[in-house]
Write a protein that binds this ligand. Structure first.
Ligand code: GDP
Length: 300
């Protein structure tokens, strides 16, 4: 199973492969090699700080003649990147005594609806009973799309009509989940960052309503970030963080981007763990984030 998912991540990272490629072509180790590596790390959106740290360390080891082989550089990169990515808390917090409530936030187009479907499918695979709350009442399409996914996956959805109060949807979703004995409730929200004050109010209201039914809810607030926007994802995360506490990041669209290194930048610059990665458009195209696996896939 582990092997299968690492191959999937490797395939998804194909466009970020420029780093690994450098080690596969017959190049000798010299200053130019390290400069080329630096450029490739930057192009992959690993982040300037991390890149500078890695390249400075490598250059000084090279000058001291400690590094002679490509394999030594690769090992150094792997160890360092794994160390940077390893942190506590990238497991999902589950409620032991009742339904787990997951609130999902993110801008429109980030892959929010698809990522919710992926999460739902993931839990259904684990024999959990899942219920969706169509809390993005701002867009009719968001409600429709979520309903299509719910039908496809075979799970319940609670929805109101477009324009209704998202907190009322959240309330009804929790109520339904409690009476139907669901294990997981995933609640969508509107992704309107440009009205940050409203967003903050709306999310606060949802929080309050949830807490009335389940005091510790939401157990998770997942922010969907689109990996293809690279470093801009950091700015987006900072804006959302100002509106609500975030417990984890779901990094969507890691496939098809040359900026897969952004996982490192996110981890380095934000104090929020990446919990899931999206690797395609289908509901199976998701992996729980594993730092060792990710670095191995990135550099092999
Ligand atoms: P929303 O507006 O944020 O709800 O975004 P959607 O879920 O509708 O996704 C927007 C587009 O991104 C759709 O075409 C999805 O199929 C696509 N998408 C979402 N997640 C992924 C992913 O992990 N990989 C790829 N390649 N496409 C994705």
């Amino acid at each position: 199973f582990f092997k299968k998912s690492i191959d999937k991540i490797k395939a998804a990272l194909a466009k970020t492969k420029k780093i690994a490629e450098l080690f596969q072509i017959g190049r000798k180790i010299d200053e130019a090699f390290l400069e080329d590596l630096e450029e490739r790390l930057i192009m992959a959106d690993v982040g300037l700080d991390t890149t500078k740290y890695l390249i400075d360390a490598l250059k000084s080891s090279y000058k001291d003649k400690e590094i002679k082989e490509k394999d030594q550089i690769l090992t150094f990169l792997k160890e360092n990147l794994k160390e940077r990515l390893t942190q506590k808390g990238n497991e999902l917090k589950l409620n032991e005594d009742g339904p787990t409530v997951i609130l999902v936030i993110g801008v429109n187009g980030s892959g929010k609806t698809t990522s919710i479907a992926k999460l739902a499918h993931h839990f259904v695979q684990q024999d959990k009973k899942v219920l969706l709350g169509a809390g993005d009442t701002f867009r009719a399409a968001a409600i429709d799309q979520l309903e299509i996914w719910a039908e496809r996956i075979g799970i319940d959805i609670v929805k109101h009509k477009m324009g209704s109060d998202p907190a009322a949807v959240a309330f009804d979703a929790v109520q339904a989940a409690l009476s139907r004995e669901s294990d997981i409730i995933i609640i969508d929200t509107a992704g309107r960052l440009h009205t940050q004050k409203n967003l903050m109010k709306e999310l606060q209201k949802i929080h309050n309503v949830l807490k009335k039914k389940i005091p510790e809810a939401p157990h998770e607030v997942l922010l969907i970030l689109d990996a293809t926007i690279g470093q801009n994802a950091i700015t987006q995360a900072e804006l959302f963080s100002a509106a609500t506490p975030i417990t984890g990041i779901f990094l969507s669209k890691l496939d098809g981007t040359a900026k897969g290194g952004v996982v490192l930048a996110i981890q380095n610059q934000l104090d929020i763990p990446v919990k899931f990665i999206g690797l395609g458009e289908k509901c199976e195209d998701m992996e729980a984030f594993d730092s060792e696996q990710f670095v191995d896939a990135l550099l092999s």
